[in-house]
Design a protein around this ligand. Sequence first.
Ligand SMILES: Cc1cc2nc3c(=O)[nH]c(=O)nc-3n(C[C@H](O)[C@H](O)[C@H](O)COP(=O)(O)OP(=O)(O)OC[C@H]3O[C@@H](n4cnc5c(N)ncnc54)[C@H](O)[C@@H]3O)c2cc1C
Length: 375
Amino acid sequence: MEMVDVLVVGAGLAGLHTARLLARRGLDVLVVDRRGTLDTGIRTTGIFVRRTLEDFALPAGELGPAIRRVLLYPPSLRGPVELVSARDEFRVAGMAGIYAHALAAARLAGARVRLGVSYPVPGIAARFTIGADGARSTVARRLGLDVNRRLIVGVEEVFPVAVSAAEPTFHCVLDPRLAPGYLAWVVDDGRHAHVGLAGRPDRLAGPLPELLRTFGRRFEAIPAATGAVRRRGGPIPVGGVLRRLACAHGLLVGDAAGAVSPLTAGGLDPCLRMAELAAAVTGDYLRTGDVSVLRHYDGAALRRRFRTRLLMRHAWSAVRSPALTEAACTLLRTPPGRAAASRVLFGDGSFPDVRDPAHGDAGESRGPTGIAVPR
Ligand SMILES: Cc1cc2nc3c(=O)[nH]c(=O)nc-3n(C[C@H](O)[C@H](O)[C@H](O)COP(=O)(O)OP(=O)(O)OC[C@H]3O[C@@H](n4cnc5c(N)ncnc54)[C@H](O)[C@@H]3O)c2cc1C
């Protein structure tokens, strides 16, 4: 039987970042992922928000041009609400490159990574298991922790676009028939157009790929002559951070923990922030053996900070009428409506900073080669 201190299940951003931080603490860390390579099976669009770009050193060469302009469309697609920020708000990353950097950084710190290996892993015994295995976490079930119950499903296709002088723009279409409970999007950063939609699986009007093609044609977003270079999709947990995230045998991080902004469905910033707290708490627990340390990894407390956003999600999720959505978009054109939309899209509140001062990774700084590097 092979013994390790920590088994991290999942080599997404949450798993790789947690593994790197734990290995830096001198722990024997093994990461497994059922994917054979990290440039396949990518689910995410890869939109990073300003706050992540400010706080984490993502490899600059993998980041697309900055996006400052958002257009919000009603179901009729007429008269979109235009919001323009004075700051660079979003960048779409080449996710294969981001994962490759995170993998290299984890290995450099001393973590071992085995790809093409599914959990549970016969022949490996771990003192502690970290479930970074996504929205439908097997680790959560096996450890008896909470599991995600509110999920939307998303799909997107990525097309090359001719380089143009047009301003990079994030187009968001609010239409409960097309994307019930969420939205359809086209992100055109002048290099690629990501055309996607996500919604409540129980209310989608047909198979996702078909809906996506209809949307793309209606929006005139899909270049006629070119095929998609990539297709992606998967479940997104939107029910908020789960309450019971940790026990004496392990804990959950990233999508497995429900760490996705309930309103924007962005999960890349939360998974990086949560990884830092997860690593700090795990390190302390394994060093001291004191199970009370795990109380610092408190899903219920984190969840409380999302109350308003969870309420807004419930409200948006219940809307079925295109006419009501059309009316809501009219409100978004008023100064208070624009201010509220700007707060959601450009504000700093996508996910609270969960680094616990008592358990923060002091000495951490951001450098050009990894997700974050030691000073
Ligand atoms: C279509 C779509 C678009 C999105 N776009 C954005 C976006 O633009 N911006 C944003 O912030 N968020 C976005 N999200 C959400 C974001 O992608 C996720 O929140 C984030 O990637 C979660 O990272 P993670 O590491 O927790 O999980 P994942 O990246 O899902 O990684 C989990 C890993 O665990 C592995 N795994 C699962 N089960 C096992 C097992 N039993 N054994 C071994 N390995 C296992 C999987 O292979 C996978 O590699 C999007 C999601 C979807 C579905």
